[in-house]
Design a protein around this ligand. Structure first.
Ligand code: ASP
Length: 310
């Protein structure tokens, strides 16, 4: 019988148990559980992988703890610019947005670009105008504001550095680009990713999360992948697509291909981070080269789990 599965992440980085409070840990776990519920309940009802990754990613965007949608990090001008993408492994259709402000759920806008435009990637003001045209929900600055993210940015403001959340030295560390990959009961797969990017990034900077092939990729023939980590390296390594290539051209399994890319190829260029993925048989894998990665999996085979540390 075709197995259906969803796997999600909420960012990778130097996530250490000693830096976490029990309350925060519970909050993160709850955020992951909520997202698994949102995605998996659709798969159970016969929904598509595409619908499942959209719902799971939207749920993670709504959780202020994660660096996507509400709670996104700040760019060097104090704005919150977000990137997101989604891809359907059945049709190879894809949609993405970059450097958008005030969009409540950037992944929904990416989905709308995929389904209602002739394009794959819209950016900035053009993407926001397109959102308005299609009734995509926006919110004021206050909605996205998190005191913690603001403090992180204040520590870096005026420097030339941009950092993954974990490089900002704070007692109360938080991380969190989000994403999901799913396989439905028809053997179709899909992936989605959403982020606020890197703290104190140059405004206008676009990371891997909105680049199809880098942060997100899906193809029924091979795999559906969502990445998190230092975006510049993930773009240079064409990370998500490379996993697909290793499966297609070298016949590696999902797990094997992800390990080559994360532990070998990315490491060689100091690309810290990880990824989650599925194949069309419903196998899932979660691989990272950092201290931790917020992650979760649920499958029709009975597996259900959320994890944070190594
Ligand atoms: N990959 C994201 C970016 O570079 C950051 C992250 O994964 O936390 O924009």
């Amino acid at each position: 019988m075709q197995q259906y599965t969803i796997t999600i992440h909420g960012g990778a980085g130097t996530i250490l148990k000693e830096d976490m409070t029990p309350e925060l840990e519970t909050g993160y776990k709850q955020g992951l559980e909520d997202a698994l519920n949102a995605g998996f309940s659709l798969l159970e009802k016969g929904g598509s992988a595409l619908e499942a990754v959209l719902a799971a990613t939207r749920s993670l965007e709504d959780c202020i703890l994660f660096n996507a949608g509400r709670g996104s990090v700040f760019a060097n001008d104090g704005s919150q610019e977000m990137d997101a993408s989604i891809m359907d492994g059945k049709t190879l259709m894809a949609g993405a947005v970059a450097a958008v402000r005030h969009i409540r759920n950037p992944v929904e806008l990416a989905y709308t670009v995929m389904t209602k435009s002739q394009h794959v990637l819209l950016i900035g003001k053009g993407a926001e105008d397109f959102a308005a045209l299609h009734g995509i929900r926006t919110e004021p600055d206050e909605y996205f504001f998190s005191p913690f993210r603001y403090e992180q940015w204040k520590k870096m403001q005026g420097t030339n550095e941009a950092a993954l959340d974990h490089n900002v030295k704070l007692v109360d560390k938080k991380f969190g680009t989000v994403g999901a990959a799913a396989c439905d009961r028809y053997g179709n797969i899909a992936a989605a990713t959403s982020t606020g990017g890197m703290t104190n990034k140059q405004w206008g900077r676009v990371g891997d999360s909105s680049i199809i092939g880098a942060g997100t990729y899906a193809n029924n023939k091979t795999c559906a992948i969502s990445c998190t980590g230092h975006g510049e390296m993930f773009i240079r390594a064409v990370t998500a697509y490379d996993v697909s290539c290793l499966m297609e051209y070298k016949d590696l399994s999902l797990q094997e291909a992800m390990e080559v890319v994360v532990h070998d190829k990315l490491m060689k260029i100091d690309g810290e981070g990880g990824m989650v993925g599925v194949d069309a048989k419903g196998n899932a894998a979660m691989v990272f080269n950092s201290e931790g990665m917020y992650r979760g999996i649920r499958s029709s085979s009975g597996i259900s789990d959320t994890k944070i540390y190594k």
